[in-house]
Design a protein around this ligand. Sequence first.
Ligand SMILES: Nc1nc2c(c(=O)[nH]1)N[C@H]1C(S)=C(S)[C@@H](COP(=O)(O)OP(=O)(O)OC[C@H]3O[C@@H](n4cnc5c(=O)[nH]c(N)nc54)[C@H](O)[C@@H]3O)O[C@H]1N2
Ligand SMILES: Nc1nc2c(c(=O)[nH]1)N[C@H]1C(S)=C(S)[C@@H](COP(=O)(O)OP(=O)(O)OC[C@H]3O[C@@H](n4cnc5c(=O)[nH]c(N)nc54)[C@H](O)[C@@H]3O)O[C@H]1N2
Ligand code: SF4
Ligand SMILES: [Mo]
Length: 696
Amino acid sequence: MTIHSKSTICPFCGVGCGINLLLDNNTITGVEPQASHPISRGQLCAKGWSTAYGIDTHDRITQPLIRHKQSFKETSWDHALAFIGKKIKDIIANHGADAVGIISSARATNEDNYAAQKLARAVFNTNNVDHCARICHSPTVAGLNMTLGSGAMTNSASDIFAADVIMVIGADPTENHTILGGHIMRAKLQGTTLIVIDPRKTRLAKLADIHLQLKAGSNIELINAMLEEIIEQQWHNKDFIHRRCEGFVSLAAALEGAMATAIKTTGVNGALIHAAAKAYSQASNGMILYGMGITQYVSGTFNVISLSNLALVCGHIGRPGTGINPLRGQNNVQGACDMGCLPNVYPGYQPVDDIANREKFSQAWGCHLSLQKGLTSLGMSTASLQGDFHGLILFGENPVVTDPDQNQVRAALKKLDLLVVAELTMTDTAKLADVILPAASFAEKDGTFTNCERRVQYIQQVVSPPGTAKTDWQWLADIAQQLGSDKLNWKTSEAVFSEMARLTPIYSGMSYQKLKKNHGLQWPCNQQYPQGSAILHREQFATSTGKAELIPVHPVAIDETTDTEYPLTLTTNRLHFHYGCGSMTRKSPLLERETPAGILFINPADADANQIHHLGPVAVRSRRGYIETRAICTEDVPPGLVTMPYHFREAPSNQLTNNAQDPVSKMPELKACAVAVTPLAAGCQPRDSDTLHRSR
Ligand SMILES: Nc1nc2c(c(=O)[nH]1)N[C@H]1C(S)=C(S)[C@@H](COP(=O)(O)OP(=O)(O)OC[C@H]3O[C@@H](n4cnc5c(=O)[nH]c(N)nc54)[C@H](O)[C@@H]3O)O[C@H]1N2
Ligand SMILES: Nc1nc2c(c(=O)[nH]1)N[C@H]1C(S)=C(S)[C@@H](COP(=O)(O)OP(=O)(O)OC[C@H]3O[C@@H](n4cnc5c(=O)[nH]c(N)nc54)[C@H](O)[C@@H]3O)O[C@H]1N2
Ligand code: SF4
Ligand SMILES: [Mo]
């Protein structure tokens, strides 16, 4: 019998919908949407409705586990912590502080993330701290910081209804930010013009007024052509450019010939580019929403800059219904970045190599701090393979499934002298650990999550953690203590938050009390904006001059080209029913029922040319790896392109993907690599990755 319910926030995507967890004593029995929530307004997607399965206790890790040859033994917290502490001390003594690092979690709370970077910086004395934003929106953080001075969504979710033209580029919101996807659909039905720029015919592309079906990786060519057309037709916003931007003359000069290039390279015809340029620039309120089709390229940062140029030249920024909006992915990826779980900035994006910032944090934390920027997550893998990095503490991520080039990731993690993984369940990454720590899930702790529109929302503890599982900041504090430091000895999550807010100007006006009262608050929230900020850059940009920078960017080719041996381009994306590595959503029989575990989408023409049948078994090979799965023939993907989700450990697309990186942000090119697809004998079962791994 359901006794009562407690309100909290959905733990999956960055929309941050409000949920109520239904309770029978200490057991969660169900989920319902929150009627009053400002974004989800009584709605949830299939994942939100399935939250209770995701944290179900039947297969949770409940006790620390320590490696014993090829298996794990249960151990006490005291023993696990003493083992970790000794190993870290030894590594630091032998190889220096930069031989250890922390990968934190965009699924965990702000408090957990604040503790993680403080442990790395104030206790280990290294800036080696990073998280999955590296392979998600790091080009946004880098690119928008250069142009606008801040790498976050400039608007609020509700602004979708205030736009008269919405341009969705490189994002599939009805699958991935489903509640916002629904808002876009409704806005379109109410008369908003919809432009979609995507190589695939997504659900929104099919509904759009204009669909620019560009070739994967040709974003800069297309955006530069739109910009050239806008300026040539005098559709640009001269007043806005004059008052609020720098660099227009050199941008305009660099665009010459862009339309001619785009017609040759993007596969989109000039008339459609003209129509999109006209619709977007002539809108009263034009809004850009973008995602991984922009960031996950070696051109990622430049792609972001080109979109920023487009919004600025049209003056579509700083008002309701206009703006440039990176759809941040994970429930708390905005927060993990805000908390400084990045190797180059303290909380609130205060650069670590600035002496004044170092002094500020040195004083606050009472310790010496390093001015040297740290390693990125993939940088830690490379350094491990080179023998320069030896100890990693990782929580709430599963890089064996989610980082590019799985074979290399495994090799890098195996080479470490110490790998600690804190998790809810046994993942492929945890299987490589020396010590596994049982972590409390979002429903078992209190704290805060910051959603994609910068809204910091309070989550309350609903049930107690299973077994001896701890909140992430608590075991991080225990590790600090093993190293003789009491700097993380907070009594409550609220105390962590208060310390963070004191040191983080964009959060300085927030407290638990205010967050609980308001359905959260959007940053910046400080003395100037005590009730938070729904829209950024209204009067001034966050740059040092207060003006936005227009920066010319030129096309950058995909790193890996196709050839006769690898004739198709593989791009990877997401499906509505599963989330990330699948470790939570795949516990739900309802979600599991919806899609086969592993899938390759291919155009019927390519399928015919390769004797591949709908639902037939196929082998997919790249220069790095090999998997087997089943093909789905669909006109939604264009000829020459095949696509795979990355949720399924049985057929992990990251066996195949390329680790080539954007030089600015170190984002790997997850959205394009060259592959060969061949049919397997009719009737045979595709072998899963465990079977293939064993047979190697
Ligand atoms: N169901 C579900 N929802 C999720 C997640 C999940 O795993 N499952 N993950 C969350 C996370 S972490 C994130 S970051 C977000 C990501 O959300 P999205 O950004 O929507 O992510 P993707 O589906 O990876 O890619 C988006 C689109 O980019 C397109 N694309 C590929 N190449 C190009 C190109 O060169 N140009 C353009 N214009 N488009 C291109 C693809 O066809 C695809 O439609 O989703 C979040 N929400
Ligand atoms: N090929 C390809 N690969 C991709 C992408 C792509 O588009 N294509 N997208 C990339 C992107 S955008 C992202 S963000 C990454 C995501 O990559 P990951 O962050 O590795 O993926 P998740 O599935 O979110 O993994 C989160 C893990 O955290 C655990 N967890 C949840 N809550 C907590 C908690 O409170 N504490 C602890 N300790 N653990 C917790 C869950 O059990 C889960 O196993 O994947 C990337 N990989
Ligand atoms: S849209 Fe995102 S936050 Fe909302 S219910 Fe779905 S997964 Fe959860
Ligand atoms: Mo992401």
